[in-house]
Design a protein around this ligand. Structure first.
Ligand SMILES: C[S@@+](CC[C@H](N)C(=O)[O-])C[C@H]1O[C@@H](n2cnc3c(N)ncnc32)[C@H](O)[C@@H]1O
Length: 402
Protein backbone atom coordinates (compact mmCIF):
# COMPACT_ATOMS: atom_id res chain seq x y z
CA UNK A 1 0.00 0.00 0.00
CA UNK A 2 1.18 3.48 -0.85
CA UNK A 3 2.19 5.91 1.89
CA UNK A 4 0.73 9.37 2.52
CA UNK A 5 -2.85 8.26 1.89
CA UNK A 6 -6.00 8.01 3.98
CA UNK A 7 -8.46 5.15 3.57
CA UNK A 8 -12.15 4.85 4.30
CA UNK A 9 -13.25 1.62 5.95
CA UNK A 10 -13.04 -0.66 8.97
CA UNK A 11 -9.35 -0.86 9.84
CA UNK A 12 -9.66 -4.62 10.30
CA UNK A 13 -10.22 -4.97 6.56
CA UNK A 14 -8.05 -2.11 5.30
CA UNK A 15 -5.08 -3.51 7.27
CA UNK A 16 -5.07 -6.55 4.98
CA UNK A 17 -3.80 -4.27 2.21
CA UNK A 18 -0.82 -3.06 4.24
CA UNK A 19 2.39 -5.04 3.92
CA UNK A 20 3.46 -6.93 7.05
CA UNK A 21 6.49 -5.54 8.96
CA UNK A 22 6.34 -2.22 7.09
CA UNK A 23 5.31 0.29 9.77
CA UNK A 24 7.58 2.12 12.23
CA UNK A 25 4.92 3.55 14.52
CA UNK A 26 1.25 2.82 15.13
CA UNK A 27 -0.75 5.27 17.21
CA UNK A 28 -4.39 4.43 17.84
CA UNK A 29 -7.04 6.42 19.61
CA UNK A 30 -10.07 4.18 19.14
CA UNK A 31 -13.47 4.52 20.84
CA UNK A 32 -12.78 4.34 24.60
CA UNK A 33 -15.81 2.30 25.74
CA UNK A 34 -17.56 5.44 26.96
CA UNK A 35 -20.97 3.92 26.09
CA UNK A 36 -21.95 7.18 24.38
CA UNK A 37 -22.29 8.61 20.92
CA UNK A 38 -19.45 11.13 20.73
CA UNK A 39 -20.77 14.26 19.07
CA UNK A 40 -19.44 17.80 18.46
CA UNK A 41 -20.05 20.67 16.05
CA UNK A 42 -17.68 22.42 13.70
CA UNK A 43 -16.53 26.01 14.24
CA UNK A 44 -19.59 27.55 12.56
CA UNK A 45 -21.90 25.34 14.63
CA UNK A 46 -23.76 24.36 11.48
CA UNK A 47 -22.39 20.82 11.07
CA UNK A 48 -22.09 18.15 13.68
CA UNK A 49 -19.57 15.27 13.61
CA UNK A 50 -20.11 12.06 15.53
CA UNK A 51 -18.94 8.51 16.04
CA UNK A 52 -20.47 5.71 18.06
CA UNK A 53 -18.90 4.24 21.20
CA UNK A 54 -21.72 2.05 22.50
CA UNK A 55 -21.19 -1.67 23.13
CA UNK A 56 -23.29 -4.54 24.45
CA UNK A 57 -20.66 -5.01 27.16
CA UNK A 58 -16.96 -5.24 27.94
CA UNK A 59 -16.75 -8.64 26.21
CA UNK A 60 -17.85 -7.19 22.88
CA UNK A 61 -15.44 -4.26 23.20
CA UNK A 62 -12.52 -6.50 24.21
CA UNK A 63 -13.10 -8.98 21.41
CA UNK A 64 -13.38 -6.14 18.84
CA UNK A 65 -10.15 -4.54 20.06
CA UNK A 66 -8.30 -7.84 20.38
CA UNK A 67 -8.83 -8.76 16.69
CA UNK A 68 -7.46 -5.39 15.62
CA UNK A 69 -4.47 -5.39 17.99
CA UNK A 70 -3.40 -8.83 16.70
CA UNK A 71 -3.52 -7.61 13.13
CA UNK A 72 -1.76 -4.33 13.95
CA UNK A 73 1.15 -6.18 15.54
CA UNK A 74 1.87 -7.96 12.25
CA UNK A 75 2.26 -4.61 10.48
CA UNK A 76 5.04 -3.36 12.76
CA UNK A 77 8.70 -3.57 11.80
CA UNK A 78 10.81 -5.43 14.44
CA UNK A 79 12.14 -1.99 15.52
CA UNK A 80 8.63 -0.47 15.60
CA UNK A 81 6.32 0.60 18.43
CA UNK A 82 2.61 0.92 19.12
CA UNK A 83 0.99 3.62 21.28
CA UNK A 84 -2.56 2.78 22.40
CA UNK A 85 -4.57 5.76 23.71
CA UNK A 86 -7.40 5.00 26.14
CA UNK A 87 -8.86 6.19 29.44
CA UNK A 88 -10.18 4.79 32.68
CA UNK A 89 -13.19 3.26 30.92
CA UNK A 90 -11.15 0.37 29.54
CA UNK A 91 -7.46 0.94 30.33
CA UNK A 92 -7.43 -2.18 32.51
CA UNK A 93 -8.73 -4.35 29.65
CA UNK A 94 -6.44 -2.77 27.08
CA UNK A 95 -3.33 -3.31 29.19
CA UNK A 96 -4.12 -7.01 29.60
CA UNK A 97 -4.72 -7.46 25.89
CA UNK A 98 -1.51 -5.66 24.94
CA UNK A 99 0.46 -7.75 27.45
CA UNK A 100 -1.03 -10.87 25.92
CA UNK A 101 -0.42 -9.92 22.28
CA UNK A 102 2.96 -8.16 22.56
CA UNK A 103 4.30 -9.89 25.67
CA UNK A 104 4.93 -8.22 29.03
CA UNK A 105 8.60 -7.76 28.19
CA UNK A 106 7.62 -5.42 25.34
CA UNK A 107 5.73 -3.10 27.66
CA UNK A 108 7.73 0.15 27.60
CA UNK A 109 5.64 2.76 29.44
CA UNK A 110 2.24 3.89 30.50
CA UNK A 111 2.14 7.57 29.60
CA UNK A 112 -0.21 9.71 31.62
CA UNK A 113 -1.45 12.60 29.52
CA UNK A 114 -2.43 15.20 32.08
CA UNK A 115 -4.48 18.29 31.27
CA UNK A 116 -6.23 20.84 33.40
CA UNK A 117 -10.01 21.04 33.38
CA UNK A 118 -12.39 23.38 35.05
CA UNK A 119 -15.67 21.51 34.86
CA UNK A 120 -17.49 20.42 37.98
CA UNK A 121 -16.82 16.91 39.21
CA UNK A 122 -19.93 14.97 40.14
CA UNK A 123 -19.40 12.65 43.06
CA UNK A 124 -15.71 12.07 42.85
CA UNK A 125 -12.40 13.30 41.58
CA UNK A 126 -12.33 15.28 38.35
CA UNK A 127 -10.86 13.10 35.58
CA UNK A 128 -7.82 15.03 34.31
CA UNK A 129 -5.74 12.43 32.53
CA UNK A 130 -5.82 9.76 29.86
CA UNK A 131 -3.56 6.73 29.42
CA UNK A 132 -1.30 5.90 26.51
CA UNK A 133 0.30 2.43 26.56
CA UNK A 134 3.56 2.09 24.69
CA UNK A 135 4.66 -1.39 23.59
CA UNK A 136 7.56 -2.17 21.28
CA UNK A 137 7.45 -4.93 18.66
CA UNK A 138 10.66 -6.41 20.10
CA UNK A 139 13.67 -5.70 22.28
CA UNK A 140 15.58 -3.83 19.59
CA UNK A 141 13.19 -0.91 19.27
CA UNK A 142 13.91 2.58 18.00
CA UNK A 143 14.06 5.19 20.77
CA UNK A 144 15.14 8.82 20.60
CA UNK A 145 15.96 10.25 23.98
CA UNK A 146 14.15 13.53 24.59
CA UNK A 147 15.10 15.97 27.32
CA UNK A 148 12.92 18.44 29.14
CA UNK A 149 13.77 21.45 31.27
CA UNK A 150 14.72 21.15 34.92
CA UNK A 151 12.04 22.26 37.33
CA UNK A 152 12.51 25.70 38.84
CA UNK A 153 13.32 24.11 42.21
CA UNK A 154 16.24 22.09 40.79
CA UNK A 155 19.62 23.40 41.85
CA UNK A 156 21.07 23.19 38.34
CA UNK A 157 24.51 24.54 39.27
CA UNK A 158 24.97 21.60 41.63
CA UNK A 159 24.16 19.15 38.85
CA UNK A 160 27.09 20.57 36.94
CA UNK A 161 29.56 19.11 39.44
CA UNK A 162 30.56 15.47 39.41
CA UNK A 163 29.77 13.48 42.52
CA UNK A 164 31.26 10.30 43.96
CA UNK A 165 30.51 8.22 47.07
CA UNK A 166 32.88 8.68 50.02
CA UNK A 167 33.99 5.85 52.34
CA UNK A 168 30.68 6.10 54.27
CA UNK A 169 28.67 5.86 51.04
CA UNK A 170 27.68 9.52 51.15
CA UNK A 171 27.53 11.46 47.84
CA UNK A 172 30.26 14.13 47.79
CA UNK A 173 31.75 16.37 45.08
CA UNK A 174 34.56 14.71 43.14
CA UNK A 175 37.78 16.78 43.31
CA UNK A 176 41.03 16.79 41.36
CA UNK A 177 44.50 16.57 42.95
CA UNK A 178 44.43 20.28 43.72
CA UNK A 179 41.12 19.97 45.51
CA UNK A 180 39.07 21.70 42.81
CA UNK A 181 35.58 20.36 42.07
CA UNK A 182 35.38 18.44 38.76
CA UNK A 183 32.76 19.48 36.22
CA UNK A 184 30.15 16.98 35.14
CA UNK A 185 30.05 18.30 31.57
CA UNK A 186 27.08 20.00 29.97
CA UNK A 187 23.62 18.88 31.03
CA UNK A 188 20.97 18.38 28.40
CA UNK A 189 18.07 18.55 30.83
CA UNK A 190 15.93 15.91 32.50
CA UNK A 191 14.98 12.84 30.43
CA UNK A 192 11.31 13.06 29.46
CA UNK A 193 9.10 11.43 32.09
CA UNK A 194 5.96 9.38 31.57
CA UNK A 195 3.65 12.15 32.81
CA UNK A 196 2.98 14.73 30.12
CA UNK A 197 1.15 17.95 30.73
CA UNK A 198 -0.14 19.12 27.39
CA UNK A 199 -3.18 21.40 27.31
CA UNK A 200 -6.41 20.07 25.81
CA UNK A 201 -7.44 22.03 22.73
CA UNK A 202 -9.34 25.10 23.83
CA UNK A 203 -12.45 26.11 21.86
CA UNK A 204 -10.54 28.86 20.02
CA UNK A 205 -7.43 26.79 19.17
CA UNK A 206 -6.44 27.24 15.51
CA UNK A 207 -6.14 23.51 14.90
CA UNK A 208 -9.53 22.66 16.36
CA UNK A 209 -11.83 21.13 13.76
CA UNK A 210 -14.90 20.33 15.84
CA UNK A 211 -14.31 16.58 15.52
CA UNK A 212 -15.22 14.88 18.80
CA UNK A 213 -12.29 13.82 21.03
CA UNK A 214 -9.74 15.46 18.67
CA UNK A 215 -6.25 15.24 20.21
CA UNK A 216 -3.64 18.05 20.13
CA UNK A 217 -0.94 17.91 17.42
CA UNK A 218 1.62 18.61 20.17
CA UNK A 219 0.80 15.31 21.86
CA UNK A 220 1.24 13.35 18.63
CA UNK A 221 4.44 15.17 17.74
CA UNK A 222 5.97 14.07 21.01
CA UNK A 223 5.02 10.42 20.43
CA UNK A 224 6.33 10.49 16.86
CA UNK A 225 9.60 12.09 17.94
CA UNK A 226 10.23 9.40 20.59
CA UNK A 227 10.39 6.46 18.26
CA UNK A 228 10.69 7.46 14.62
CA UNK A 229 13.16 9.26 12.34
CA UNK A 230 12.51 11.39 9.27
CA UNK A 231 11.01 9.30 6.44
CA UNK A 232 9.68 6.56 8.79
CA UNK A 233 6.08 5.40 8.34
CA UNK A 234 3.37 6.25 10.87
CA UNK A 235 0.00 4.47 10.82
CA UNK A 236 -3.19 5.61 12.55
CA UNK A 237 -5.97 3.01 12.06
CA UNK A 238 -8.61 5.17 13.84
CA UNK A 239 -7.44 8.53 12.52
CA UNK A 240 -10.59 10.63 13.18
CA UNK A 241 -9.83 14.22 12.16
CA UNK A 242 -6.29 13.19 11.16
CA UNK A 243 -4.23 14.65 14.02
CA UNK A 244 -1.55 11.92 13.84
CA UNK A 245 -1.14 12.37 10.12
CA UNK A 246 -0.87 16.15 10.43
CA UNK A 247 1.85 15.74 13.06
CA UNK A 248 3.64 13.14 10.91
CA UNK A 249 3.55 15.43 7.90
CA UNK A 250 4.83 18.41 9.90
CA UNK A 251 7.74 16.25 11.13
CA UNK A 252 8.65 14.83 7.72
CA UNK A 253 7.35 11.29 8.35
CA UNK A 254 5.29 9.25 5.92
CA UNK A 255 1.75 8.38 7.04
CA UNK A 256 -1.20 6.08 6.48
CA UNK A 257 -4.61 6.87 7.97
CA UNK A 258 -7.77 4.77 8.21
CA UNK A 259 -11.23 5.67 9.47
CA UNK A 260 -14.65 4.21 8.86
CA UNK A 261 -16.36 7.61 8.86
CA UNK A 262 -16.63 9.55 5.61
CA UNK A 263 -16.67 12.82 7.55
CA UNK A 264 -13.42 11.90 9.28
CA UNK A 265 -11.69 11.06 6.01
CA UNK A 266 -12.86 14.29 4.35
CA UNK A 267 -11.72 16.33 7.34
CA UNK A 268 -8.34 14.57 7.46
CA UNK A 269 -7.71 15.25 3.78
CA UNK A 270 -8.60 18.89 4.26
CA UNK A 271 -6.25 19.22 7.24
CA UNK A 272 -3.41 17.54 5.38
CA UNK A 273 -3.73 20.09 2.56
CA UNK A 274 -2.71 22.85 4.96
CA UNK A 275 -1.50 21.38 8.27
CA UNK A 276 -1.91 23.69 11.26
CA UNK A 277 -0.54 23.36 14.76
CA UNK A 278 -1.60 25.49 17.70
CA UNK A 279 1.41 26.64 19.67
CA UNK A 280 0.78 26.35 23.37
CA UNK A 281 1.65 29.61 25.06
CA UNK A 282 1.53 27.74 28.31
CA UNK A 283 4.17 25.24 27.23
CA UNK A 284 6.37 27.75 25.48
CA UNK A 285 6.51 30.28 28.25
CA UNK A 286 6.30 27.71 31.05
CA UNK A 287 3.56 27.36 33.61
CA UNK A 288 5.27 29.80 35.99
CA UNK A 289 5.10 32.59 33.45
CA UNK A 290 1.36 32.88 34.10
CA UNK A 291 1.95 33.05 37.79
CA UNK A 292 4.46 35.86 37.25
CA UNK A 293 2.18 37.36 34.63
CA UNK A 294 0.63 39.94 36.83
CA UNK A 295 2.63 40.41 39.93
CA UNK A 296 1.28 43.94 40.27
CA UNK A 297 -2.33 42.77 40.54
CA UNK A 298 -1.25 39.92 42.82
CA UNK A 299 0.48 42.36 45.19
CA UNK A 300 -2.53 44.65 45.39
CA UNK A 301 -4.94 41.75 45.92
CA UNK A 302 -2.77 39.99 48.48
CA UNK A 303 -4.77 38.97 51.53
CA UNK A 304 -8.03 38.81 49.58
CA UNK A 305 -9.60 35.34 49.45
CA UNK A 306 -9.70 35.01 45.67
CA UNK A 307 -8.68 32.84 42.74
CA UNK A 308 -6.35 34.57 40.24
CA UNK A 309 -7.76 34.71 36.70
CA UNK A 310 -5.03 34.25 34.11
CA UNK A 311 -5.10 35.23 30.46
CA UNK A 312 -7.95 37.70 30.80
CA UNK A 313 -7.33 41.31 29.86
CA UNK A 314 -10.05 42.76 32.08
CA UNK A 315 -10.38 40.50 35.13
CA UNK A 316 -7.61 39.75 37.62
CA UNK A 317 -9.46 37.48 40.00
CA UNK A 318 -12.71 36.01 41.21
CA UNK A 319 -13.58 36.08 44.91
CA UNK A 320 -14.10 32.74 46.62
CA UNK A 321 -17.22 34.20 48.24
CA UNK A 322 -20.26 35.10 46.15
CA UNK A 323 -22.69 38.03 46.41
CA UNK A 324 -26.39 37.26 46.04
CA UNK A 325 -25.26 33.86 44.77
CA UNK A 326 -23.35 35.52 41.92
CA UNK A 327 -19.60 35.38 41.24
CA UNK A 328 -17.64 38.53 42.07
CA UNK A 329 -14.90 39.56 39.61
CA UNK A 330 -12.12 41.96 40.57
CA UNK A 331 -9.83 44.17 38.53
CA UNK A 332 -6.88 46.19 39.78
CA UNK A 333 -6.66 49.68 38.30
CA UNK A 334 -3.40 49.84 36.32
CA UNK A 335 -0.87 52.69 36.51
CA UNK A 336 -1.83 54.01 33.07
CA UNK A 337 -5.60 53.70 33.65
CA UNK A 338 -8.20 56.07 35.01
CA UNK A 339 -10.89 54.64 37.26
CA UNK A 340 -13.31 54.92 34.34
CA UNK A 341 -10.90 52.97 32.08
CA UNK A 342 -10.65 50.21 34.67
CA UNK A 343 -14.44 50.10 35.07
CA UNK A 344 -14.85 49.88 31.28
CA UNK A 345 -12.21 47.10 31.05
CA UNK A 346 -13.83 44.89 33.66
CA UNK A 347 -17.31 45.48 32.24
CA UNK A 348 -16.08 44.45 28.78
CA UNK A 349 -14.42 41.33 30.14
CA UNK A 350 -17.50 40.33 32.13
CA UNK A 351 -19.84 40.66 29.16
CA UNK A 352 -21.46 37.33 28.28
CA UNK A 353 -20.35 35.74 31.54
CA UNK A 354 -23.90 35.61 32.85
CA UNK A 355 -24.87 37.41 36.06
CA UNK A 356 -21.93 38.64 38.10
CA UNK A 357 -20.78 41.43 40.40
CA UNK A 358 -17.79 43.61 39.60
CA UNK A 359 -15.19 45.39 41.72
CA UNK A 360 -12.36 47.67 40.71
CA UNK A 361 -9.54 48.00 43.25
CA UNK A 362 -8.49 51.65 42.83
CA UNK A 363 -4.80 52.29 43.08
CA UNK A 364 -4.56 56.02 42.38
CA UNK A 365 -6.98 58.89 42.72
CA UNK A 366 -8.96 60.73 40.07
CA UNK A 367 -12.31 62.47 40.08
CA UNK A 368 -14.32 59.25 40.44
CA UNK A 369 -12.05 57.88 43.10
CA UNK A 370 -14.26 58.69 46.10
CA UNK A 371 -17.44 57.22 44.62
CA UNK A 372 -18.53 53.81 45.85
CA UNK A 373 -20.05 52.73 42.53
CA UNK A 374 -19.54 53.75 38.90
CA UNK A 375 -21.69 52.22 36.17
CA UNK A 376 -22.77 49.47 38.56
CA UNK A 377 -19.19 48.57 39.41
CA UNK A 378 -18.08 48.77 43.07
CA UNK A 379 -14.92 50.76 43.69
CA UNK A 380 -12.63 49.48 46.38
CA UNK A 381 -10.47 52.15 48.00
CA UNK A 382 -6.75 51.61 48.44
CA UNK A 383 -5.46 50.97 51.94
CA UNK A 384 -4.24 54.58 52.06
CA UNK A 385 -7.69 55.91 51.21
CA UNK A 386 -9.34 53.56 53.69
CA UNK A 387 -7.01 54.85 56.42
CA UNK A 388 -7.86 58.48 55.50
CA UNK A 389 -11.60 57.72 55.79
CA UNK A 390 -11.09 56.01 59.11
CA UNK A 391 -9.22 59.00 60.45
CA UNK A 392 -11.91 61.35 59.15
CA UNK A 393 -14.71 59.29 60.74
CA UNK A 394 -13.64 60.00 64.33
CA UNK A 395 -15.75 57.09 65.54
CA UNK A 396 -15.98 56.31 69.25
CA UNK A 397 -15.98 52.58 68.53
CA UNK A 398 -12.31 52.90 67.90
CA UNK A 399 -10.76 52.48 71.30
CA UNK A 400 -7.57 53.98 72.56
CA UNK A 401 -4.77 51.60 73.35
CA UNK A 402 -2.40 52.49 76.22
C1 LIG B 1 -11.42 8.87 19.21
S1 LIG B 1 -11.70 9.07 17.50
C2 LIG B 1 -10.11 9.48 16.90
C3 LIG B 1 -9.79 10.93 17.11
C4 LIG B 1 -8.46 11.31 16.52
N1 LIG B 1 -7.35 10.82 17.28
C5 LIG B 1 -8.34 12.82 16.37
O1 LIG B 1 -7.42 13.45 16.95
O2 LIG B 1 -9.19 13.42 15.72
C6 LIG B 1 -11.98 7.43 17.00
C7 LIG B 1 -12.24 7.26 15.52
O3 LIG B 1 -12.30 5.85 15.23
C8 LIG B 1 -13.16 5.68 14.13
N2 LIG B 1 -13.50 4.24 14.10
C9 LIG B 1 -14.27 3.53 14.95
N3 LIG B 1 -14.25 2.24 14.61
C10 LIG B 1 -13.44 2.12 13.54
C11 LIG B 1 -12.97 1.03 12.76
N4 LIG B 1 -13.38 -0.21 13.02
N5 LIG B 1 -12.12 1.26 11.75
C12 LIG B 1 -11.70 2.52 11.49
N6 LIG B 1 -12.11 3.60 12.18
C13 LIG B 1 -12.95 3.39 13.20
C14 LIG B 1 -14.30 6.62 14.42
O4 LIG B 1 -15.01 6.95 13.24
C15 LIG B 1 -13.54 7.82 15.01
O5 LIG B 1 -13.26 8.76 14.01
Amino acid sequence: MQNNLVHLGDCLEVLDHIEDASIDLIYLDPPFFTQKIQRLSDRSGSYSFSFGDIWSGKEEYASYMFDRIVKLKKKLKPTGSIFFHCDKSASHLVRLMLDYVFGESCFRSEIIWFFRRWSNSKNGLLPSHQNIFWYSAGENYKFNKIFGDYSSSTNVDQLMQRRVRDERGKAVYDRDEEGAVISNGAKQGVPLSDVWEIPYLNPKAKERTGYPTQKPVLLLERIIEICTSKGDVVLDPFCGSGTTLVAAKLLGRAYIGIDQSEDAIALTKKRLDSPVKTESRLLEAGRNSYEKHDQYAATILKGLDYIPVQRNKGIDGVLKATSDGLPVFVRVQRANETVIDAVAAIRRAAKNKGGCKLIVACTHPDIFFKQRFVDGVALLPTLGEAVNSLLAEQTEDWGTAK
